[in-house]
Design a binder for this molecule. Structure first.
Ligand code: ADP
Ligand code: MG
Length: 573
């Protein structure tokens, strides 16, 4: 075989293949260029999922007539001068590949003008070949129209998904950039219809509202943390009531570059542990600013993945900050205190406010983006304290029916009792955990791997009132259990813990899981008849918990039907 150099048009297409996978890649590169050019207004128009047309118009610095053609040469960039610059990249682009690549796989027209030139430049490329080059009148800034993407690469064209899917990728891209650059006015027009427009006020909250709608934005809170001299974390995180079916709304920007990073996602998901049910994900938009030499952005052709120099430290910071903010939702200043004695179910940890003023509820860092002032009622629903509830009765021996200023509440008695038990046990830890020694030690059988797991953690389990002892090859002997636990529940409880241990692997905490399992198995069950007093006590105690809206497994403790909803149901409005 003879070794030959590839013809330039072939190598151009190969390189384009790495950067330009689909219409959204074109949109991303052009959008990044417009941002790098300092534009304050950027409009993106697409047709047929971007296959037929992608047009981006910006009011940035434009390109001088004598540089316009150079911009399309491979490795032509105004953003890097030396190899050293690669380690302190401040712009989104830096490889000088995008325009060359896009021009080689489409029909591209550029109109561009700088403020100092009376006339702009028009360029047209077809399959990488310059077919038109002339002066042309136009506004200051740049407009690039990409038509018939991949028209000369039928194989790539066949790999594209439906127009809706491709348009969806582009919409998500614009949404994310709108959040990273709230100071820019971004618009997206899809098949002639405007589908997104941000105001460019510079407030992240406004961008969040344009992107997700007011209802969702209202269920988020700002977070901000300064770590050391050089790490800055900011953004918005959703209340636990805002649940997503996948990770798509975990959005990260590192030095304003949109990145995907599974470790960062994991750090956020971990911070919501016990607040969301399994298989549900939070919404979080986080901006992480680090010194440019702490992050390598040059490891992936599309620049979507980055590498952190101090990754572990960073993930720890993210997890702790998010967690601390979620917890702060619930420690509110007292405005009015419950004085009524609380009957059974143990004693309340402290007297606490039931009412709170909304402004105090979300702790706002100084200079934080403007926070909406939701009605206290919505806020209570979304995440915070429960309002004072009046118990009306019990339904199916499972749900407590209650009335509050916000309408009707149905409380799952078991989930509520679990949340109460969980926080009680966590607070007092295990010092007051009552246990009973079994007169007839109970043998339980397990698989070999389960035995091995259990044997490694006998001490932690004993701390939580479960005393086990190896007994033959496939059994454990139970010597002691917590007082409220029924014998027949021990096996399922232990199996539940083992399942979780296997599922979560190294991030598993025996203590956390023991708490969850114990609170589940020692709490009032569904199907128990409760007296009015018992229900009142349960509701009062739920009001005192830190996180009254979910049980430790993350399931909701209650559903709320607002007065307005009820009125709508009865056609009163
Ligand atoms: P890179 O962004 O990596 O520098 P590109 O191929 O995307 O490479 O762009 C090449 C050059 O063209 C950029 O460095 C910039 O100088 C110029 N350029 C591209 N798009 C624009 C734009 N919208 N406004 C002004 N200049 C632009
Ligand atoms: Mg670029």
């Amino acid at each position: 075989m003879t070794i030959r150099l590839l013809a330039p048009d072939v190598s151009a297409k190969i390189a384009a293949g790495e950067v330009i996978e689909r219409p959204a890649s074109v949109a991303k590169e052009l959008l990044e260029n417009a941002i790098d050019a300092g534009a304050s207004e950027i409009s993106l128009e697409i047709a047929q999922g971007g296959r037929a047309l992608i047009r981006i118009i910006d009011n940035g610095c434009g390109i001088a007539p004598d540089e316009a053609v150079t911009a399309f040469a491979r490795h032509a960039t105004s953003k890097l001068c030396s190899a050293d610059d690669l380690y302190r990249i401040q712009t989104l682009g830096f490889r000088g590949e995008a325009l060359a690549s896009i021009a080689s796989v489409s029909q591209l027209t550029m109109l561009t003008r700088t403020a100092s030139e009376p006339l702009g430049t028009l360029l047209r490329y077809e399959g990488g070949e310059l077919v038109r080059h002339e002066p042309s009148g136009c506004a200051v800034g740049t407009s690039i129209t990409v038509e018939n993407l991949f028209y000369n690469m039928p194989a790539r064209l066949r790999f594209l998904r439906s127009d809706t899917t491709e348009a969806g990728h582009i919409a998500r891209l614009i949404m994310s950039y709108a959040l990273a650059f709230p100071d820019k006015r971004l618009t997206l027009i899809n098949n002639g219809r405007q589908t997104l427009a941000t105001l460019g006020t510079g407030q992240l909250y406004d961008a969040l509202t344009s992107v997700y709608g007011l209802e969702t934005a209202e269920q988020t809170m700002p977070i901000e943390a300064e770590v050391g001299a050089d790490v800055h974390l900011s953004g918005y995180i959703g209340y636990p009531s805002l649940q997503r079916a996948n990770r798509a709304d975990l959005i990260f920007f590192v030095n304003r570059r949109w990145v995907t990073d599974s470790a960062l996602s994991f750090a956020v998901i971990e911070a919501y542990r016990t607040l969301l049910p399994n298989g549900r994900y939070p919404l979080a938009v986080l901006m992480i600013d680090l010194p440019p030499d702490d992050v390598d952005v040059n490891i992936h052709p599309t620049k979507r993945e980055v590498r952190f120099r101090r990754g572990r430290e960073l993930f720890g910071i993210v997890q702790r900050t998010v967690r601390a903010n979620l917890m702060s939702l619930h420690s509110l200043p007292a405005v009015e205190t419950i004085e009524a004695p609380v009957p059974t179910f143990g004693s309340p940890r402290r007297s606490q406010s039931v009412w709170s003023t909304p402004a105090e509820t979300v702790s706002q860092p100084e200079d934080a983006p403007r926070v909406p002032q939701p009605q206290w009622q919505e806020l209570a629903d979304a995440a915070g304290r429960l309002p004072m509830l009046r118990v009306l009765g019990q339904l199916a021996q499972t749900f407590i029916i209650a009335e509050g200023p916000g309408g009707l509440y149905l409380i799952d008695q078991h989930a509520a009792a679990e949340r109460i038990r969980y926080e009680e046990l966590r607070e007092r830890h295990t010092t007051q955990l009552l246990t009973q020694e079994l007169l007839d030690p109970l043998p339980l059988t397990f698989s070999a791997s389960q035995i091995a797991l259990l044997e490694g953690h006998l001490e932690e389990l004993a701390e939580f009132g479960i005393e086990l002892e190896p007994f033959g090859a496939d059994s454990m002997l139970v010597r002691r259990i917590p007082v409220h636990m029924l014998h027949q529940e021990l096996q399922p409880a232990l199996l539940e813990m083992l399942d979780e241990a296997e599922r979560q692997g190294s991030s598993f905490s025996w203590q956390e899981q023991a708490l969850i399992t114990l609170s589940c198995h020692t709490a009032v069950r569904a199907g128990s008849l409760l007296s009015l007093d018992e229900m009142r006590a349960l509701v009062r105690q739920l009001e005192l918990t830190d996180l009254p809206h979910s049980c430790p497994h993350g399931r909701p403790t209650m559903v709320h039907l607002s007065q307005a909803q009820l009125e709508r149901e009865f056609a009163r409005r």
